[in-house]
Design a protein around this ligand. Structure first.
Ligand code: UT7
Length: 305
């Protein structure tokens, strides 16, 4: 499979750590030093659908793929305003895609975009490309009275168009996913609840082991990896994983400071920025990795075609 176009969108409204410190018992210093977050986009009227639509349109435009080619739409989200119809169904309608389509949402929290990418890789064919999206309005389900979680999250969406590889060349690709039923350390009912320290430990351990697994499955050496795009939850999680892997931080694309944790949207927003800023070049060896509620984890290795 190949990623042939990416796009992203974020609400216009930006809230800084300093602004949060005016409405709750926190500080810019605490948030910045514990997480690396400086500001986040927060929806004021935007919805999961409107953000997903903007990101999907940008990805379609970047890919040059005619919309008639899209046969699969997968949306990863935990914060869609409606339970039914799915975000994917509404995107099919609003993008004017064919109704002869497989369109569904999936819930793997912050690993959602990785899960969607892996699903798409199994469903595409030369006549059937996939649109995959991660879109979240987490501000809708964040408890602003809980400083343990409310300073961490942001809103946004990212999208990618997935095409089959050119039959004349083999594009290296490997993946791993895991799911551990755990409804205690990170779960959502009306609001997001999290035991930060437990999730932190889990995230570092799984980021390291899953990077090693996809490398082993693809028979690629760690030194040959050009860029790692990980779920943007906490700078210290990525720094710890980098230390354990023996990789410099420069190999990790980071945009957490400006977005906070946008759950399923974080990986595709980062991927889109990395592509648009020229960090991902043809032939580059890339690892994309996520971790989060479920608990779920997933990683993909691919060579950028
Ligand atoms: O995307 C899903 C995956 N989620 C994650 O990856 C999150 C993983 N976890 C983390 O990122 C970190 O655990 C946090 C950033 C959530 C918390 O950092 P920490 O270093 O683990 O802090 P802590 O939870 O151990 O809290 C330390 C102290 C506590 O005070 P006491 O008990 O030591 O007096 C908290 O009450 O910091 C306090 N605290 C705050 N202080 C100021 C917690 N939240 C805040 C806050 N502002 N917003």
């Amino acid at each position: 499979m190949r990623i042939v176009g990416t796009g992203s969108a974020a609400p216009k409204n930006v809230i800084t750590n300093h602004q949060l410190a005016q409405i709750m018992d926190t500080s810019d210093e605490w948030i910045r030093s514990r997480t690396g977050i400086e500001e986040r986009h927060v929806a004021r009227g935007e919805t999961c659908l409107s953000l997903a639509l903007d990101a999907a349109k940008a990805a379609l435009k970047a890919s040059g793929v005619p919309k008639e080619r899209i046969g699969v739409v997968i949306c990863a989200t935990v914060s869609n305003e409606k339970r039914c119809p799915s975000l994917a169904s509404c995107l099919q309608r609003d993008l004017g895609l064919s109704a002869d389509i497989l369109a569904f949402d999936l819930n793997a929290a912050c690993s959602g975009f990785i899960y969607a990418l892996i699903c798409a890789s199994h469903l595409i064919s030369p006549d059937c490309y996939a649109l995959i999206v991660g879109s979240e309005v987490l501000s809708r389900i964040t408890d602003m009275n809980d400083r343990n979680t409310s300073v961490l999250f942001g809103d946004g969406a990212g999208a990618a168009i997935i095409a089959p590889q050119d039959m004349t060349q083999t594009v290296p690709f490997s993946w791993v996913t895991q799911s551990f039923g755990n409804d205690e350390v990170l779960y959502i009912d009306e609001h997001i609840h999290m035991n930060g320290a437990s999730v932190f430990k889990f995230a570092v351990e799984k980021l390291v082991s899953n990077v090693r697994t996809v490398l082993e499955r693809a028979q690629v050496a760690l030194e040959d990896i050009d860029l790692l795009i990980c779920h943007q939850a906490n700078q210290r999680i990525i720094a710890s994983a980098a230390r354990q892997l023996g990789l410099p931080m420069e190999r990790f694309f980071m945009n957490l400071a400006r977005y906070g944790n946008t759950s399923a949207a974080s990986v595709p927003i980062a991927l889109d920025e990395a592509v648009r800023n020229g960090h991902v070049k043809r032939g580059a060896n890339v690892i994309i990795a996520g971790f989060g509620g479920g608990l779920t984890v997933g990683a993909v290795y691919l060579q950028w075609a």
